[in-house]
Design a binder for this molecule. Structure first.
Ligand SMILES: NC(=O)c1ccc[n+]([C@@H]2O[C@H](COP(=O)([O-])OP(=O)(O)OC[C@H]3O[C@@H](n4cnc5c(N)ncnc54)[C@H](OP(=O)(O)O)[C@@H]3O)[C@@H](O)[C@H]2O)c1
Length: 335
């Protein structure tokens, strides 16, 4: 599949413009099947996907272990084709969503060792601070991460859900290869200051939940979420907000039909057209959806098309907060 690769910092290779989010393979979106997830991962590598996104907190280590199994089964040749991104900083107990954020240097060092073990790799390609612990200055956090780079345990560093100001302070200590935040037609806040700061500093912007956690695909029935599905407790997926958001998605569906695309493809193609430095990482556990999503990399929308989409999804159009109260811990970009 040909698509222009996008830069991901100066020490990592440019990557296929769409990555794969692995979180849902182990937690948050209902029951998963490891065999199906592994087959989806294999198809992603086959189709040229390079950036694979996980975190130590997803399934409390289970998601990194799944990825580790996938890497081990494919040997060195598979490993060489993958850019593995993982994260530290969210501390949870089994069976709970509530969290504590820890950015202390001792914790960072221990978390890195544990992730290396679970992934079964000698080096993490991109290591993110998942959430900010306000008790530790960002300079100290990045200093500890830079030591991991010098020790050869990490190739590049990133930050997640930080403000433009934090990014600038961090970048002054050590180059920040990527900033990861929620960004989609439903969540356009990064356009105000985070995306411009990334552009200015040469930091890649990695967009998580680019499909609005499935809502933008038009395939999610919010009335039928499984027990334990994170979205059941997320304000954006509840009651009147869910109905208002579904009405927006219907309009996206109409545009997608007019242009011979699916709503998921249109949501991704919009992002790729609007943000040349963004790398969306849609999550899926299914090969057919993976293939559908990746096809968006070959779609080139015109400015007139993106303008029609944005007329529906103006900033603030989505109803309901994007996290329940407990989920805002360590998120600097709450508005
Ligand atoms: N840094 C952070 O704080 C943070 C937070 C959240 C997520 N993330 C990362 O970002 C990645 C992506 O975000 P996300 O998974 O939350 O949300 P997303 O990519 O917006 O949506 C994923 C959901 O959409 C469904 N889906 C995917 N493609 C589809 C298609 N073509 N048609 C219909 N449904 C489709 C998936 O279901 P199936 O799996 O059943 O296909 C899954 O439920 C995660 O996997 C994770 O790695 C990071």
């Amino acid at each position: 599949m040909t698509a222009t690769h996008r830069p991901l910092g100066s020490t990592l290779p440019p990557v296929f413009p769409i990555g794969l989010g692995c979180m849902g393979m182990s937690e948050f979106y209902g029951a998963s099947d490891d065999a199906e997830s592994l087959a989806t991962l294999a198809r992603a590598v086959e189709l040229g996907v390079m950036l694979f996104d996980t975190a130590d907190t997803y399934g409390l280590g289970a998601n990194e272990e799944l990825l580790g199994r996938f890497i081990a089964e494919g040997g060195a040749a598979r490993r060489a084709r993958m850019v593995i991104a993982t994260k530290f900083g969210i501390v949870r107990q089994a069976g709970t969503y509530e969290r504590r954020i820890d950015n202390s240097p001792a914790y960072i060092r221990a978390a890195c060792e544990a992730s290396l073990q679970r992934l079964g790799v000698e080096q993490i390609d991109l290591y993110y601070c998942h959430r900010r612990d306000a008790a530790v200055p960002i300079e100290e956090v990045v200093g500890a991460m830079a030591e991991l780079v010098r020790a050869g345990k990490v190739k590049a560093i990133g930050l997640s859900e930080v403000s433009a100001d934090t990014l600038r302070r961090a970048h002054a200590v050590h180059p920040i290869a990527a900033l990861q935040s929620e960004y989609s037609l439903f969540t356009r806040e990064p356009e105000t200051d985070v995306l411009p700061a990334c552009r200015e500093l040469g930091t890649a912007f990695v967009a998580y939940s680019p499909l609005g956690r499935a809502m933008l695909t038009g395939a999610l029935d919010t009335a039928k979420l499984e027990a334990g599905d994170f979205r059941a407790n997320n304000p954006r997926f509840q009651g009147e907000a869910a109905a208002a958001n579904a009405a927006l998605v219907e309009q996206l569906g109409a545009l997608a039909r007019e242009w011979g695309l699916t709503p998921a493809q249109l949501a991704l193609a919009w992002m790729l057209a609007r943000q040349p430095h963004a790398i969306p990482i849609p999550g899926t556990r299914r090969i057919a959806r993976l293939e559908e999503n990746l096809a968006a990399a070959r779609v080139a929308l015109t400015p007139a098309q993106t303008a029609r989409i944005e007329a529906v999804f103006a900033p603030g159009a989505a109803q309901g907060g994007r996290y329940p109260d407990a989920g805002w811990a360590g998120v600097e970009t709450r508005r």
